[in-house]
Design a protein around this ligand. Structure first.
Ligand SMILES: Cc1cc2nc3c(=O)[nH]c(=O)nc-3n(C[C@H](O)[C@H](O)[C@H](O)COP(=O)(O)O)c2cc1C
Length: 207
């Protein structure tokens, strides 16, 4: 069994190990707008739920040829973005919006996606997304290399009829829209089955 020391690997090899071992990753389909008003949409799988109180999510965004990607530049300019739930029905559109397009390109128009305006932040969202998190920039963390971790505070949670609440709870039942995951390279993970197991109770060491 090989053991790799990341500190001596080329950056590409580190990226390939990381993204093939931390799987499947949820995908934030992030919509934003430049200060000049240009809409933008792109997927990001360095994405995590960070905290419920306050309600925080994190997206790690890189650079392209030394310049911040459009999403990062927009979030810096406006302090706002939306995370659209990436559902299987929109797989090809989502993939289309990942192209390395120049800042002037509106990926909503490119992929033929309807746009609506968030109510709580200055950012657009995908009008028919099954769920949307409207986020205000909470903090940006410099990750000491190519990426910046953008932490967003969720000011509004927008659910469509396709995502009902589990009765008596605020669990949003996303199973029906089949959220996408990312594996590595061009591979996506499709949700096909779930399993339900009750959590163990009590403290096994406590007697
Ligand atoms: C499924 C998927 C996940 C991605 N995740 C990330 C990511 O976490 N961070 C990143 O910087 N780029 C990621 N990318 C690449 C960006 O989507 C791509 O660079 C895009 O052009 C950025 O758009 P922007 O310049 O409009 O912000 C991902 C691409 C795909 C297809």
């Amino acid at each position: 069994m090989p053991i790799f020391d990341p500190s001596v690997l080329p950056a590409r090899a580190r990226y390939q190990l990381l993204t093939s071992l931390v799987v499947p990753r949820p995908i934030a389909w992030v919509s934003s707008r430049s200060a000049a008003g240009q809409p933008n949409l792109a997927p990001f799988s360095y994405f995590a739920a960070l905290s419920a109180t306050p309600l925080l999510v994190g997206v790690s965004i890189g650079h392209r040829r030394g310049v911040p990607k459009d999403t990062l530049r927009n979030v810096r300019e406006t302090g706002a973005f939306c995370v659209n739930l990436a559902a299987e029905a929109r797989l090809s559109a989502l993939n289309e919006t990942s192209g390395e397009f120049p800042p002037g390109v509106d990926e909503f128009a490119l992929a033929g996606l309807p746009l609506a305006e968030a109510g709580s932040v200055a950012a657009p969202y995908v009008a028919d997304a099954p769920a949307v998190l409207e986020c205000r920039l909470f903090r940006e963390v410099d990750l000491a290399g190519d990426n910046a971790l953008v932490i967003g505070e969720v000011l509004a949670v927008r659910l469509s009829d396709a995502v009902p609440l589990v009765p008596g709870t605020h669990f949003a039942d996303t199973r029906g829209v089949r959220p996408l995951g990312r594996l590595w390279g061009d591979l996506y993970a499709l949700l096909r089955e779930t399993a339900s197991l009750p959590r163990p109770t009590g403290d096994p060491a406590g007697g």
